[in-house]
Design a binder for this molecule. Structure first.
Ligand code: SAH
Ligand code: CA
Length: 237
């Protein structure tokens, strides 16, 4: 398998043919990508970790999901320079709110002026921290339970199930949880011995998460091969 090499700068995809992913991007995504999102993408392109950004087709999927559930209050775990954050901010109402958590403020600062210019900064509450303690803090206040419409999880993959156990309580029944990189460049079907060292922890996390969430009867789910793979869960009860 021609697996995704994260050191390459093109957007992440698990499609075996880069041409096919480019076809999707050129035909369906880039022509309708908001100017501010394009600006973040371009401001991030020279970054040594540019491949961290959510794939533009995933950004488009986020926008659609937010609109379908009329999302107003959301959480984002793993912000980087803000591509998915801005995709979210542009698709919730003026009085919407995003709690955006990332221990790295420096990267957030790259996208911040663009989000400011787009007029969406007032919707964004950036918290410079690891996500788990913040989620636990939110859960200490009962009024936060079932109060969010949408959560986008895109941080340390070995914590995905730990995040799931918390955000499932924070999201409303009928609300959505979206997890990025669930196919990990195709590595989910590679034997462990073939997984590169830098990726092994994440690999374990994703494999375990994908298995566990598949049998979680609190949600219905859909595993979509957009970008680097995305699992969308809808809370059922
Ligand atoms: N959604 C972003 C990409 C996120 S990349 C975009 O579309 O651009 C993954 C991010 O997770 C990195 O910025 C990293 O700093 C952050 N991260 C790593 N460990 C984390 C943790 N424990 N809690 C929250 N964020 C974390
Ligand atoms: Ca990602």
């Amino acid at each position: 398998m021609d697996s995704f090499d994260p050191r390459k700068k093109s957007p992440p995809t698990i499609l075996q043919s880069k041409e096919l992913h480019n076809y999707i991007l050129e035909t369906s995504v880039y022509p309708r990508e908001p100017a501010a999102l394009k600006e973040i993408r371009e401001a991030t392109a020279g970054h040594s970790h540019a491949f961290f950004s959510a794939a533009p087709d995933v950004g488009q999927l986020i926008a659609m999901m937010l609109k379908l559930v009329n999302a107003k209050k959301t959480i984002e775990i793993g912000v980087f320079t803000g591509y998915s954050l801005l995709a979210t901010a542009l698709n919730i109402p003026e009085d919407g709110e995003i709690i955006a958590i990332d221990p790295n403020r420096e990267n957030f600062e790259i996208g911040a002026p663009i989000m400011e210019k787009a007029g969406v900064m007032k919707k964004i509450k950036f918290i410079e921290s690891q996500a788990l303690p913040i989620l636990d803090k939110l859960l200490e206040d009962k009024s936060n339970e079932e109060s969010f419409d949408f959560v986008f999880v895109d941080a340390d993959k070995y914590n995905y199930y730990n995040y799931h156990q918390r955000v499932i309580k924070l999201v409303k029944v009928g609300g959505l949880l979206m997890y990025d990189n669930t196919l990990l460049g195709g590595a989910v079907v590679a034997p462990e011995a073939k997984v590169e060292d830098f990726r092994r922890l994440h690999w374990h996390g994703i494999i375990e998460f994908n298995k566990a969430v598949a049998t979680d009867d609190r949600v219905e789910l859909c595993h979509i091969p957009s970008g680097d793979g995305t699992i969308i869960c809808r809370r059922l009860r």
